[in-house]
Design a binder for this molecule. Structure first.
Ligand code: KIV
Ligand code: ZN
Length: 513
């Protein structure tokens, strides 16, 4: 019988630490539900002790998720661990994930603690956590750059205190596949009680080897849990990418001989949801989830695929959630067909009112766009005006005029707490004029640090434009996303969505100590 490989997703914790990727509670809940639909084993929902906002997110996810284990990060101290336990109290299955750095560099320069003090703190923390929760993960931060004999003593001590999972991160992405795999193997051999815990890998992507290192930790090192994020989201160059790990182990089952419990058809919807929520666009040639991952442009390849698909394809696009029939609905489609398509795409709407709002938006879009693709539907349902209860800012209408040789002008009608405002401005281009028209009333003082436009579906100028706007103000960085066939309208929607986030109450501090 094959072993199971546990998939631990940390998109909502380590992924969110990426500058500009912070998410609201509603957004995190939506992503957590998608991770559950995908049958992820463990969802790291946040770092409860880092802020009241993060505590609320972990608590809301713990209360909503029934199938996956919900986990909170905690530094190795009683306060953090108590906060994690309190936030997880409503979960069906919960895990406390506590960590302390064990490398000479981190102990001396960051923690200013001796190795013996670190060992004692790790031991005490796991003992304390074990009284609050049966499922305890211990991470040795910067584990890969730690001294092997010392690390083995720490790991032996925390397993004796009841840690059920031992995670050895390559925190700074320094490892090389063969070396990392052997490091985990040697460490397991040195720890006398190593068989009492599940071993886990957690690799960052600074040298582009996070997936390769994790797979080596599994194959050579015998790890049976991989920590990863959707689209490889994460600090600096990101984390190990979930879709690549899962599809590597699934596609090369002959080599890994491991089972993964993931419903792979939910991978593309999850990828899309994370990129739309955070504004982190997926590069077209990204493995598994990039727009070109299954596109064959060369004549020789196209000919081969038509004759026998496996000549050039090692995975089937539909197995990872790219639908075979991409044109799904049009102007004449009814509410039932729309509702069915939402279900097929794994989108759960909370109420009939939400379905009605989404359907009205769909009809509006179908009047302007002949073919509605799955991607259009996904963009439509992630539009805040469909899913959110009450937003502060909303777009009513926009008119703009631009002509060669003239300075463009825009007038925008939008609501602020239900009250209509009319803003006017000119600008360098129609987008600039529209955003200035909004700013003329809002006066947010925010700095625009990113503006990007992408076609939601490729290959046609009929496509909807998806705009991401990133605003920075008073130490906060937020993303707003808007979609519309008219990119100026999409830009105004994205700007208002970013303002909604900027003015939301959520307070958050950096999630890692
Ligand atoms: O990269 C890292 O070391 C971490 C730990 C907190 C698990 O994210
Ligand atoms: Zn990390």
């Amino acid at each position: 019988m094959s072993d199971k490989l546990i998939i631990f997703d940390t998109t909502l914790r380590d992924g969110e630490q990426s500058p500009g990727a912070s998410m609201t509670k509603d957004e995190k809940l939506r992503i957590a539900r998608q991770l559950e639909r995908m049958k992820v084993d463990v969802i790291e929902a946040g770092f409860a002790a880092s802020s009241n906002g993060d505590f609320d997110c972990v608590q809301a996810i713990a209360n909503a998720i029934k199938e996956s284990t919900v986990c909170s990060l905690a530094r190795a101290n009683d306060r953090d661990i108590s906060r994690a336990a309190a936030a997880l109290a409503g979960a069906q299955r919960s895990r406390i994930h506590t960590f302390i750095a064990t490398s000479p560099l981190h102990m001396e320069k960051k923690l200013r603690m001796t190795p013996e003090e670190v060992l004692e703190q790790a031991r005490q923390s796991v003992r304390f956590a074990r009284n609050l929760c049966a499922d305890i993960e211990f991470s040795a931060e910067d584990g890969y750059r730690s001294e092997l004999d010392f690390l083995a003593r720490v790991v032996e001590a925390v397993i004796n205190e009841g840690a059920t999972t031992i995670n050895i991160p390559d925190t700074v992405g320094y490892a090389i596949p063969e070396l990392y795999g052997n490091f985990i193997k040697t460490l397991r051999e040195k720890v006398p009680n190593s068989d009492k815990a599940i071993w886990s890998v957690h690799c960052h992507n600074d040298l582009g080897m996070a997936v390769a290192n994790s797979l080596s930790g599994v194959k050579l090192g015998g790890a049976r849990q991989v920590e990863c994020t959707i689209n490889g989201l994460g600090e600096r160059a990101g984390n190990c990418s979930l879709e690549e790990i899962v599809m590597a182990v699934r596609t090369r089952r002959d080599y890994f001989d491991l089972d993964v419990g993931i419903d792979t058809t939910q991978i593309v919807p999850a990828s899309r949801m994370v990129s739309q929520t955070t504004g982190f666009v997926v590069q077209p040639n990204k493995a598994v989830v990039g727009a070109n991952a299954f596109a064959h442009a060369s004549g020789i390849h196209q000919d081969g695929v038509l004759k026998a698909r496996d000549t050039y394809e090692i995975m089937r696009a539909e197995d990872v959630g790219w639908s075979a029939n991409k044109i799904v609905l049009g102007k004449l489609s009814g509410r039932n067909a729309f509702k069915q398509r939402l279900q097929d795409l794994g989108i759960e709407m909370e109420s009939e009112t939400e379905i009605n709002t989404a359907f009205a938006k769909f009809k509006e879009l179908a009047d302007r766009k002949a073919e509605i693709f799955d991607e259009d539907i996904l963009a439509l349902v992630s539009d805040e005006s469909v899913t959110a209860e009450k937003e502060q800012y909303g777009l009513v209408s926009l008119a703009q005029h631009s002509e060669t040789g003239e300075r463009p002008h825009a007038s925008v009608v939008f609501t602020v707490d239900g009250r209509e405002m009319h803003g006017q401005s000119d600008g360098n281009g129609p987008v600039d004029a529209s955003l200035k028209a909004i700013e003329s009333h809002v006066k947010s003082g925010a700095e625009l640090v990113l503006y990007s436009v992408n076609a939601i579906t490729s290959g046609s100028t009929e496509s909807q434009g998806e705009v991401t706007v990133r605003l920075q103000h008073g130490g906060r960085v937020v993303n707003g996303v808007g979609a519309d066939p008219d990119i100026v309208v999409a830009s105004a929607k994205a700007y208002l969505s970013a303002l909604n986030k900027l003015h939301s109450k959520a307070d958050r501090v950096a999630a890692q100590g």
